[in-house]
Design a protein around this ligand. Sequence first.
Ligand code: ZN
Length: 298
Amino acid sequence: MKTIMKLIFCILSILTFSGKLFAQVNVVATLPWIGNLAKLIGKEKVSVTTLVKTNQDPHYVEAKPSLIVAARKADIIMYNGLDLEIGYLPVIIESSKNPAIQPGKPGNFDCSQFITPIEKTPSADRSMGDIHPLGNPHYHFSPSNIIKVARGMAEILAKIDPSNEAYYRKNFREFQSKWQGKITQWKSKNLAGKKFVAYHWLFSYLADEFDFQIVGCIEAKPGIPPSSGEIKNIIDTINRTKPNAILVNVYSPKKPVEFVTKKTNIKSILVPHDVGSLPGTDDWFLFMDRVIQLLSEV
Ligand SMILES: [Zn+2]
């Protein structure tokens, strides 16, 4: 009996003094690409819950009770930042009453801390409807930024689960070497010099890195439905610049897109906006494969 008591005491001491022992780190991610990246870096040492569905418009998400419940159990919450989640995430974090994920804690992980935002418009004001006040938040189309975010994820997972530090670093190195190979493959698709119109300002990072041009967006100001004047402007731009196609995604409003395609005789192509939003795009590499393939074909 004494031996058993000693053993129990011993186990309890180990649990108490070795810090928190994780069966799996409970990661809550806002967007599908973030959840996927966390899984690629954390593999079986993390369990991932993603708050926003793959077919959902990431700009407009409701802070449902189920999302608050998910956040309550999180060891870490990972999010896009640049105010993309401003409409729901602060409410979720606060209502969760989970001390681990409050601002300033290691469990509050803003992926945008590693990236350099583009399209910063000092005059942008979210209250006026502009939903990109801190610059373009869609940097998951940017391989050069994603590799930095992946490295940052490996670092933070190692910090909150130090017993698996080597494991996270190894997974990152694997990610990095796959990323390197993919870059060569993607660059060979030769998107350089192409021109596109998009519904929303999703593809600016991709255009910068692959040297093509977004000549305009149907939604002239991010998040604000186009006025008839803006529709006329984009039609003029299309007639003048002759882009290869209009890029739309699953939640783009159909009416203005159909109107513009009809008036200009230019075709629209459905491009995944996030990991898993179209069949066969279930990880970030497959998602990028598909995006680049689609753009290279027109
Ligand atoms: Zn946006």
